[in-house]
Design a protein around this ligand. Structure first.
Ligand code: BGC
Length: 908
């Protein structure tokens, strides 16, 4: 798994220290190893069914539309994926069989029996059984045949539950009222199956018979409500009982900035009867204790106004008003098919100070997205106030200047019944490290409050760690920065009056997010959000949903549409996304074309945003226009649209020529005004004529190394592409020096100045201007940690990690590095450590994938390479015979090993 043997202990401890997020991924890896060794035991188990492979394990990690056992699937042909398990190396799937049934034990495929399908496809197998019906649980399992045509055992059964396919199935109507809405209903018999379907805008909390349902927070996801509203599905069977039942819904304004509810409950009972409770004007409503709620400003909660028992049966609601029927938002109702926002870790403060009498300031030691859980006892009506900030002034008081208009203040009025009261706001979240508590009755203690971390609950999928502490700290800041900014859309920041789905920010940190978290369902949803804002003229907007910025988007912001679509293909092998968004991506590119003149695109608002040296906007926009055309051409090729492929390939060629003619000074070998970004962008996309590449790269290197003493001057775009460019041109040492730099401007400079997340600016600013201290866009470098330092790379020719290139860069003083990633096909790891005169490299390749492992010779010529004690390269020759290894060859200073699935221990 993670850097083993000599360094094993050190690195595992380091992972836990630098990245608690790593743990679950590592645990799963352990589990898988355990499962594989169990499969070896099975070798000698006589009771094993004779026809089954003794080595092929039952598939694991069954997913439907990227989700484990999802409830609320509303696509007609959901795609199924599984992870192959096999104890032998170099194994793969040659055939599969999927059974889908209405019965939990799945003894037969009564809805779909795929039969034995000869195919290596283990991801995105589209359901092809009887047409799916609404509100139905489908159970499924799968087995596969290995290279010897021996079947594995069947997997354990997984399930998915459908949502509501037709609008006509929505019995609930949109209603409006105060922030508490209730309804009672009676069940004549014991419920055997009950579901709630709910769309509650802006945010809702669903309560049944006195308790909250589910563990989601700040649901539903933010969408362009006139285009789409998302609903959630809950199994509420266990919550109901024969007789009277009550449902209560609290509503917050959220991003909708108003309240609206549409929901229905469907209960099937013993004896076959059914009852529905659906929103209409018979539901009753009354303002509750939440006096104000706002995403930016916080919540005001008066506990004296609580209406105890309102969410239980038998409550007297005679004085409550009838809810009003409203038209509601125009958007289509769709199931929310992505990880919800949840309250996750608890953080206890590391410090408490009293900068002024009665003013208490808590330091969490970490900049987070979340809310405070406050414990307080005191007189009725006491007003306690919590204010949140990222920064402090020197005197220890809160500096909220950079929050701009966001008040980030929660207020609680005590019930005062003598008990210890607990308050935690429901319909807001803040970006903060410091909390100011005032109005507290008595002297608060350390444990008077703790913080709860709140964000989209995307599973951590791995980790990166290394012998260089500054990199580990940067990685930690990246992880916090990204997760703090996943709030159903990828946001730019989490604290000030923005928190928008700014599109450049979104695509710049997407690859880092995909390497650290389980992102495909999240981005599938976000791509639909982008599609939802696209106008008939092809334009998309700077922010999605569109609240800030312009339509049309800056070309570098609109790039999120082609790029996220393409990343979904590269990282997850998702062809359906390509199909669904081909027209949209093409329409955006056509829009850019309509704005171009002679192959150049002039319009630009932000360009290479927040740089130290500004690059001309037209250069950046034309680069984006070229890239969009190039991606349309690639998509068209993959989708078999050869005419379009040719058209856009040609268009890209014309743009490239125009770009070079306009911006390349052939005499000096520099682009534009000579900024680093101006060189990086065309070099990265190979737009530079071959005979000028060396010169342009030379200009870039001189600027980095000599003019700026090994510092970058790039904005958000140049920064992202600089690192892969340096590595692909054999300059990883330079990339490493830039990445580990600790003086301004650098990530290390942020760390040295106390950052626990990433800043928006290279500069250390704390005033009222634009200077968020939690902006993940510079987190793009996190992808380079995996790709270059750990050496884990996908191969776009076999996307979704079907083919993997392991190419660790053994740079400068780096002694070891380790990366682990749960891909859609299983776990990939790469961990290397230098030994006295060579290198040890441990690699894991999932069953069904192939790898090319690049091992630098490190000057040891003639090199001898062995794998788990077997010599596989000696005297310049491949030494065959080691399981899983197909070939070893030498290219330049590198030994390249072709290998199949399995775990390998290479020693040079
Ligand atoms: C946001 C950015 C965004 C930019 C666009 C800022 O206010 O926070 O991250 O991309 O505006 O100019």
């Amino acid at each position: 798994m993670i850097a083993k043997s000599a360094e094993g202990r050190v690195s595992r401890a380091a992972i836990q220290r630098v990245s608690p997020l790593m743990k679950s991924g590592a645990r799963r890896t352990l589990l898988r190893v355990f499962l594989q060794s169990t499969a070896i035991f099975a070798l000698i188990a006589p009771q094993l069914a004779a026809q089954e492979s003794p080595m092929a394990g039952a598939p694991t990690g069954l997913r439907c539309e990227y989700l484990s056992d999802p409830a609320g699937i509303d696509v007609a042909q959901p795609r199924l994926s599984w992870i192959l398990e096999h104890a032998a190396r170099g194994e793969r799937q040659t055939a599969y069989q999927v059974l889908v049934s209405l019965k939990a034990e799945v003894s037969a495929g009564d809805q779909w029996d795929s039969g034995k399908v000869s195919s290596s496809q283990s991801v995105h197998v589209a359901y092809a059984g009887k047409p799916l019906v609404s509100s139905q649980i489908y159970y499924w399992k799968v087995r596969f045949w290995d290279s010897g045509d021996r079947p594995s055992p069947y997997s354990a059964a997984a399930r998915f539950e459908t949502g509501l396919f037709k609008v006509s199935e929505w019995k609930g109507k949109w209603i409006d009222g105060s922030n508490q809405i209730r309804k009672e209903f009676t069940l004549a018999a014991r419920p055997v199956r009950a579901r709630a379907y709910i769309a509650g805008l802006g945010y809702y909390e669903l309560r049944i018979n006195g308790r909250k349902v589910g563990d989601h927070a700040l649901d539903p996801a933010w969408t362009t409500y006139d285009k789409r509203v998302l609903y959630n599905v809950y199994d509420i069977t266990e919550r109901l009982r024969p007789g009277a039942n009550a449902v209560g819904v609290m509503l917050g304004e959220g991003w909708f900035k108003a309240r609206a509810l549409r929901m229905q409950i469907h209960v099937e009972m013993e004896g076959g009867q059914a009852v529905d409770a659906a929103t209409d004007e018979s539901w009753r409503t009354m303002p509750g204790p939440i006096q104000q709620d706002s995403v930016y400003n916080g919540e005001v909660y008066d506990a004296r106004l609580e209406t105890p028992g309102w969410d239980r049966a038998g409550f007297d609601d005679a004085h409550w008003k009838a809810a009003t029927l409203i038209d509601g938002p125009k958007g289509e109702l769709s199931a929310q098919m992505m990880p919800p926002i949840r309250l996750l870790d608890s953080i206890t403060p590391v410090k408490m100070t009293t900068p002024r009498p009665g003013v208490y300031v808590y330091d969490l030691g970490q900049n987070i997205s979340g809310v405070v859980e406050l414990h307080v006892r005191g007189p009725r009506g006491t007003r306690v106030q919590l204010r949140h900030a990222e920064l402090l002034y020197d005197d220890g008081t809160l500096n909220v200047e950079n929050l701009r208009a966001a008040k980030a203040t929660d207020v609680y009025f005590l019930r005062g019944d003598g008990t210890l009261e607990t308050y935690q706001p429901r319909f807001t979240y803040h970006g903060f490290r410091y909390v100011e508590l005032i109005g507290y009755p008595g002297a608060p203690k350390f444990d008077t409050l703790r913080a709860r971390v709140v964000h989209s609950d995307v599973r951590p999928t791995g980790g990166f760690t290394s012998s260089k502490q500054i990199l580990n700290q940067i990685q930690r800041n990246i992880l916090w920065g990204i997760q703090d900014n996943l709030h159903s859309v990828p946001t730019d920041c989490n604290q000030r009056d923005e928190r928008m789905g700014w599109m450049a920010d979104a695509h710049l940190y997407a690859e880092t997010a995909m390497l650290n978290f389980d992102m495909p369902a999240f981005y599938t949803n976000f791509l639909r959000d982008i599609h939802d804002v696209q106008a008939a003229d092809g334009t998309v907007t700077d922010t999605v949903p569109h609240r800030y910025g312009s339509r049309p988007a800056d070309p570098a912001w609109g790039m999120a549409y082609p790029l996220l679509t393409w990343y979904m293909y590269e990282y997850y092998g998702d062809r359906r996304t390509l199909e669904q968004h081909f027209d949209g991506v093409k329409a955006w590119t056509d829009y850019l074309r309509s704005r171009s003149r002679d192959g150049l695109l002039e319009y630009s608002y932000y360009g290479d945003w927040v740089p130290i040296d500004k690059t001309p906007g037209a250069l950046v926009s034309t680069f984006c226009y070229y890239w969009s055309a190039d991606i349309v051409a690639r998509m068209a090729e993959l989708l078999g649209k050869s005419t379009e492929a040719e058209t856009y390939r040609k268009l890209a060629g014309e743009i490239k020529d125009a770009f070079n003619a306009k911006f390349l000074n052939a005499a000096t070998g520099t682009y534009g005004t000579g900024t680093q970004t101006a060189q990086i962008l065309p070099l990265f996309l190979n737009m530079t004529p071959n005979n000028r590449r060396g010169a342009v790269f030379g200009s870039l290197r001189d600027d980095l190394v000599y003019t700026h003493n090994t510092h970058l001057t790039t904005g958000i775009l140049g920064t992202k592409y600089l690192f892969p460019l340096l590595t692909s041109t054999g300059n990883s040492d330079l990339a490493y020096e830039l990445a580990t730099q600790t003086t301004y401007p650098s990530w290390g400079y942020m760390v040295e100045n106390g950052a626990t997340t990433l800043w928006e600016l290279w500069q250390n600013k704390t005033g009222p201007s634009m200077n968020s201290h939690n902006h993940p866009m510079f987190g793009s470098i996190g992808a380079w940690f995996y790709n270059a330092l750990a050496g884990i790379n996908l191969d776009p020719a076999k996307p979704g990690f079907e083919r993997i290139v392991i190419a660790p860069q053994v740079v400068r003083d780096l002694k070891w590095a380790s990366g682990s990633l749960d891909t859609i096909r299983g776990t990939v790891t790469s961990s290397w450590t230098r030994s006295d005169n060579g290198l040890r490299l441990e690699v894991t390749i999932p069953v069904g994938s192939q790898a090319e492992v690049h091992i630098p010779e490190l000057g040891s010529d003639p090199a001898t390479l062995s794998e788990s004690g077997h010599v596989i390269w000696k005297d310049g020759q491949y030494q065959p015979g080691t399981p899983g290894i197909v070939n070893v060859r030498k290219t330049g200073e590198t030994l390249t090993v072709d290998a199949g699935s399995g775990r390998y221990n290479f020693t040079l």
